[in-house]
Write a protein that binds this ligand. Structure first.
Ligand code: PAF
Length: 273
């Protein structure tokens, strides 16, 4: 596995390679969710590139940028074992200068849900993803469905900016008890981890209600909110797959989303129903 930290060097290296390129952008602290993205990229492409970069512009002031888990050495081993060809490992100064051009998230879809509780977060995500996609020029780029709003906005950006990469959505990986894998799960104490299970079980509750024929969004949200007590709910929402508000669930065309704070940790999860 080749490790490159300079964007120009990576661009030049990839220009000389032949075949399709699958790209998995990450912020490191790799877990089975990331490994699943890498496996998908490995089976569908000739060359697999993974980036590890804790992107400062997507953290708001006072968020966990400084304490975000960093596991550089074990991440490198995971990439090697998973068959990654190139690991892109830039520093902040390789990616950003002062007074730069930035990508701006759309006024509505970029400022609902996660964008409402973290205003500006998606500007940072879209800016770094645009840079990374321009550096790697992949055939396909892989993103987890767990960050459904991020996935939706990146898909929109690629379409609206006429970019030629194919965005591949990969299913959320869960622990046996239902907890969605997230790099931020390491912040949870054992007690908080138990409390966090209410998030995935509230999604299963919604899914069961829908299977029983309940389609009224407000009714499902009310039951989910009750189920989530006493967690601090950031949002409970049911949207269509274009991230538009709906009154009634359309089966196989909707997403149920939850974000809650457990202890001091923000956790989000969703189910595509
Ligand atoms: O999902 C993530 O890990 C990050 O938001 C991403 C897409 C790598 C951009 O920094």
């Amino acid at each position: 596995m080749k490790i490159i930290s300079n964007p120009r060097e990576l661009k030049n290296y990839l220009k000389e390679q032949k075949g399709s390129v699958g790209f998995v952008p990450t912020m490191g602290a790799l877990h089975d969710g990331h490994i699943s993205l890498i496996k998908n990229a490995r089976t569908q492409n000739d060359i697999v590139v993974v980036s590890i970069f804790v992107n400062p512009t997507q953290f708001l002031a006072g968020e966990d940028l400084e304490k975000y888990p960093r596991k550089d050495e074990s991440d490198k081993k995971i990439c090697q074992i998973s068959g990654v060809d190139v690991l892109f490992f830039p520093q902040v100064e390789d990616m950003y200068t002062d007074d730069e051009v930035r990508v701006v998230a759309p006024n509505v879809r970029g400022y609902t849900l996660e964008g409402h509780s973290r205003p500006g977060h998606f500007n940072g995500v879209l800016t770094v993803v645009m840079k990374l996609l321009n550096i790697v020029s992949p055939t396909r780029a892989y993103f987890g469905k767990k960050d459904a709003q991020q996935l939706n906005l990146i898909t929109l950006m690629v379409k609206q900016m006429f970019m030629s990469v194919e965005i591949v959505a990969v299913d959320t990986v869960r622990e046996k008890d239902g907890l969605a894998l997230s790099s931020r799960n390491v912040y949870l104490t054992q007690e908080q981890r138990k409390e966090a299970l209410k998030i995935s079980s509230s999604l299963y509750l919604a899914s069961n209600l829908i299977k029983q024929g309940v389609v009224d969004v407000e009714e499902i949200k009310t039951q989910m909110r009750k189920h989530l007590e006493p967690l601090e709910i950031v949002y409970v929402e049911i949207l269509n797959r274009d991230f538009e508000y709906i009154k009634e669930v359309e089966v196989a065309k909707s997403i149920v989303l939850v974000e809650a704070i457990v202890g001091t940790t923000r956790l989000l999860d969703n189910l595509w129903v």
